[in-house]
Design a protein. Structure first.
Length: 189
């Protein structure tokens, strides 16, 4: 198990030396919101790489159709320009329009499939309730990894899906490193 944080514009001034001193071993960086690149992505990526930390990326999705999911996948590929995130690409599926779309499972599947076809590992980030009540996790391939947000003393994902791959558990949004608020995660892969 590794200590992982996720960062975006909200952590633009994070003290990276404090991150290392705090024992963080991996960082998931916001790459874009929908098809709009995250303005702090390159700054965060360069810092993480310079420190030799493991890294992945996440996209805060606004996709409500498979076509929109494909466009978001293409944006991620365009920004990465062939760089392969060791911790994968994460489809953050929590925007209200995503949760109420006609077929959330198909939207997630399309994003994952498009990235897998380009040789990248892709998974779904969502709250436990999204993963149990909105997305049909059992309809997605068994190799799809999940990053579950559940602010509790334990993650219940495996009790719902014992045969699915839990990559990470976001257990708090109230962590602080060097005065900067961060989400805290346990990472299992």
């Amino acid at each position: 198990m590794r200590k992982v944080i996720d960062v975006s514009y909200w952590q633009k001034d994070i003290d990276w030396q404090a991150v290392v001193a705090d024992g963080v071993q991996g960082v998931i960086i916001k790459i874009c919101e929908g098809c709009t690149p995250e303005e702090t992505f390159w700054q965060h990526l360069n810092s993480v790489k310079a420190l030799g930390l493991d890294w992945g990326v996440y996209i805060y999705s606004h996709a409500t159709t498979e076509t929109e999911a494909a466009a978001e996948a293409n944006e991620v590929l365009y920004i990465l320009q062939g760089d392969v995130p060791p911790m994968g690409v994460w489809f953050d599926f929590e925007a209200q329009e995503c949760l109420s779309c006609a077929d959330p499972t198909a939207v997630c599947s399309r994003f994952i499939s498009d990235l897998n076809a380009q040789g990248l590992t892709a998974g779904v980030y969502g709250s436990l309730s999204t993963l149990t009540d909105v997305i049909n996790v059992n309809a997605l391939a068994d190799y799809v990894p999940y990053w579950c947000a559940q602010y509790a003393t334990a993650c219940d994902f495996k009790s719902y899906y014992p045969n699915k791959l839990l990559a990470g558990w976001q257990y708090s949004q109230d962590g602080y490193i060097g005065g900067t608020n961060v989400d805290l995660n346990e990472w299992y892969l």
